[in-house]
Design a protein around this ligand. Structure first.
Ligand SMILES: Cc1cc2nc3c(=O)[nH]c(=O)nc-3n(C[C@H](O)[C@H](O)[C@H](O)COP(=O)(O)OP(=O)(O)OC[C@H]3O[C@@H](n4cnc5c(N)ncnc54)[C@H](O)[C@@H]3O)c2cc1C
Length: 418
């Protein structure tokens, strides 16, 4: 009897990289990818950047070409949502009632954006951004508004972005680059402050303000206003109103752990970052089920605690790590978190992990943050994380500083940019 297939649940980068690795590692058994979406697996960073602005081909979001799956004997089931997982019986149940048997299974179910919990969230012109279809809808409206701005309504504030995290700030930059008036409404005192803290949050605030984005800080949205079902603006808790014909909410995301929870797999408590508990091989609490990407809470030997991060790079390297482990590898995952962003003329890469506002007690900046610079977050003198602004290819040096774990040489950090 043929062995049961390896099944991968998910349609993002972790799934794509895992399936690719299974084949490059020589696995020639059946492989099935199950994804809720109508598309083969794709990656999301372009959806708030060049793809959103209409400046990247649709094909560029797919890590594996259309023919790759058939050529490599991989079955992709699109429009297929897994609703039940019975690990002991090795059965995955789909929403249409069909059952997919498996030998081993990888969960790579990613995250879902948090909805905006205010009246008016369902008006036309209000967007969340996670999927390719979300991006297509938003892009169409932004490009249309951009044309109208150029032709008739110069200066009209068109776009309100609710949320000053990465997705909000990237969408704000993209909309502004299309010539639209943009207001970002954030709850904190500094954009991106939750991750970067005030010092570097202000670098991004200044970047956006230099480029004409209006920032509303310490603001809470109480309602969205509309006329005939179409959004007309955003009401804030101080009673002010931001007019907008397009509203984008980027107020965080939650890991899709429902399937894992229903299957009885161990989950990490929310106060420890949430997600599915895995060991260093990315195996869950069931021996035949692995997890990768946004949902995986992975032990970090460097930080001495589990980390769950929602980064492109984590999907890109944990998918392959899990795939190798499913084929028998036993090495422990020890890759530091890494992410990047592009906003206006600023390109940034960041490696490491800072555990919220109390995760660091010192910041060292080297260079000019409006040009080329580095920033380091320290705790007790040891580097926790580092960021390069408009400087590339030096993350391995930053990583070495983090892995060193000892007190850093402050003068060397201050002159790091060179
Ligand atoms: C707009 C945007 C921009 C981003 N930009 C950056 C960036 O610049 N840098 C960076 O580091 N990170 C960025 N990220 C984050 C990065 O894209 C994520 O960390 C990454 O997508 C995680 O990959 P994943 O494969 O774990 O999950 P996902 O990409 O979320 O994919 C999960 C897939 O699983 C499917 N699925 C879920 N549940 C089921 C089920 N029950 N049955 C079947 N299928 C299911 C979903 O439909 C989805 O297709 C961005 C994210 C977004 C949304």
């Amino acid at each position: 009897m043929a062995a049961e297939p390896i099944v991968i649940v998910g349609g993002g980068l972790a799934a794509a990289r895992a399936v690719e690795t299974l084949r490059t590692q020589g696995h020639d058994g059946d492989v099935v990818v199950v994804t809720s979406e109508p598309h083969r697996p794709y990656e999301r960073p372009p959806l708030s950047k060049d793809y959103l602005r209409g400046q990247a081909e649709r094909s560029s979001v797919f890590p594996l070409g259309e023919d790759w799956y058939a050529e490599h004997g991989v079955e992709v089931r699109t429009h297929a949502t897994a609703v039940g997982l019975a690990p002991d019986e090795h059965r995955l149940t789909l929403a249409d009632g069909s059952v997919v048997p498996f030998g081993t299974l990888l969960l790579a179910t990613g995250s879902t954006p948090r909805p905006l919990p205010v009246p008016g969230h369902d008006l036309r012109g209000v967007h969340l951004l996670r999927t390719l279809d979300d991006a297509d809808r938003l892009s169409t409206q932004l490009l249309q508004a951009s044309l109208e701005t150029g032709e008739r309504h110069a200066g009209t504030p068109h776009v309100a972005v609710i949320g000053d995290g990465w997705i909000g700030m990237e969408v704000a930059a993209s909309a502004r680059q299309l010539g639209l008036g943009v207001t970002v409404i954030g709850r904190g005192a500094h954009p991106l402050g939750r991750v970067l803290g005030p010092e570097l949050g202000e670098v991004f605030a200044a970047l956006h303000e230099r480029n004409g984005v209006k920032l509303h800080r310490r603001a809470t949205v109480t309602a969205l206003t509309g006329t005939e079902g179409q959004v007309t603006g955003v009401t804030l808790d101080d009673g002010s109103h931001v007019p907008a014909s397009i509203v984008v909410a980027g107020v965080g995301a939650a890991p899709n752990v429902g399937l894992a929870a229903a299957a009885g797999l161990d989950l990490r408590p929310a106060e420890q970052g949430g997600g599915v508990v895995v060991d260093g091989t990315l195996r869950t609490s069931h021996p035949d089920v692995w997890a990768a990407g946004d949902i995986a809470s992975i032990p970090s030997p460097t930080y001495g605690r589990p980390l769950r991060v929602e980064h492109w790079a984590r999907a890109n390297d944990s998918g392959p790590h899990a795939a190798r482990a499913m084929l028998g590898a036993s090495d422990a995952y020890d890759i530091l978190p890494y992410f990047y962003t592009d906003q206006f003329d600023l390109g940034m890469e960041y490696t490491g992990f800072v555990d919220g506002p109390h995760g660091y007690d010192d910041v060292v900046i080297s260079g000019d943050p409006t040009g080329e610079a580095f920033a380091f977050w320290l705790k007790g003198g040891a580097v926790q994380a580092g960021m390069g602004l408009n400087v590339w290819d030096r993350m391995p040096e930053v990583e070495a500083l983090i892995r060193d774990g000892g007190p850093a040489d402050r003068a060397a950090l201050e002159s790091f940019v060179g």
